[in-house]
Design a binder for this molecule. Structure first.
Ligand SMILES: [Ca+2]
Ligand SMILES: [Ca+2]
Length: 254
């Protein structure tokens, strides 16, 4: 019964189709340490507080890495601080199976999930998910980006990294001119249902399937086409379970 009540309340919240003007950076809170997305972490070789299992630079010696955001979408915080959008007005919701994860709008052609706070100095954003569909369509896209904004259409504008019909790719998106894929290179063969992780650390976009499905990457040499300071994930023509999203920076919150 508790779950039913929670779902009802959040459905109405996540019908919102517009992200409000990003709030300024929140006052610094406690530093995020370990690997919250994995529940625990063993080892921290470089002593920067980020566990080896989720440290993008586990042997750094000069500047420390820091988390600026980690969301595991676990209750009770779940989708707080995130705003969903889809072109069919279907909501992002908590999954009923598995519980405590976020499911994309079913049957939505285009959808995005925006982090509500502007985040500066993000150097890497990582995103883990499962694809649920039995067949990936020719126009299936699962992407993540930082330095984004929400365009007038409600869809993402800015540079994204992830899976596209042409494989792992880096895509610049603008309203009215939605796709300009740069330096698409590696292909990836997917096992549907396998957890995959996207790591976007400009200029490199890497997708790793955590099962037996392989990995791929693409690299761009073009200038960053940043349009804002929002992090968002985006998917098209597929259903996904969102596992976690994390943002890293060399500039640690003071
Ligand atoms: Ca570390
Ligand atoms: Ca490190």
């Amino acid at each position: 019964m508790v779950v039913i009540i929670a779902l009802s309340g959040c459905d109405s919240l996540f019908h919102l189709s517009q992200v409000h003007a990003p709030a300024p950076d929140a006052p610094p809170g406690p530093a995020i340490t370990g690997c919250p997305m994995y529940g625990s972490s063993v080892g921290d070789r470089d002593g920067d507080g980020i566990g080896d299992a989720c440290d993008p630079d586990p042997d750094n010696t000069a500047q420390p890495d820091c988390f600026v955001m980690v969301t595991t979408f676990a209750l009770p915080d779940n989708l707080t601080g995130w705003t969903g959008w889809s072109n069919t007005n279907d909501p992002w919701t908590y999954c009923t199976d598995p519980a405590n994860k976020v499911c994309s709008p079913a049957a939505s052609m285009y959808s995005a999930l925006y982090h509500d706070k502007a985040l500066v100095d993000v150097e890497q954003v990582s995103f883990a998910f499962h694809i649920l569909n039995l067949a990936v369509n020719a126009d299936t896209v699962v992407e993540v980006g930082a330095k984004l904004t929400q365009g007038a259409s409600g869809d993402v504008t800015g540079r994204l990294c992830g899976l596209t019909p042409s494989g792992v790719a880096i895509t610049d998106r603008t309203d009215g001119n939605p796709n300009n894929t740069t330096n698409s290179s590696s292909t990836i063969t997917y096992d549907i249902g396998t957890e995959a992780r996207i790591d976007w650390k400009p200029p490199t976009c890497a997708v790793t399937a955590l099962g037996a499905a392989g990995s791929g990457s693409a690299t761009t040499s073009s200038q960053d086409s940043s349009r804002g300071q929002l992090i968002a994930i985006r998917n098209r023509s597929t259903d996904i379970i969102v596992e976690w999203v994390a943002a890293y920076s060399k500039t640690c919150p003071q």
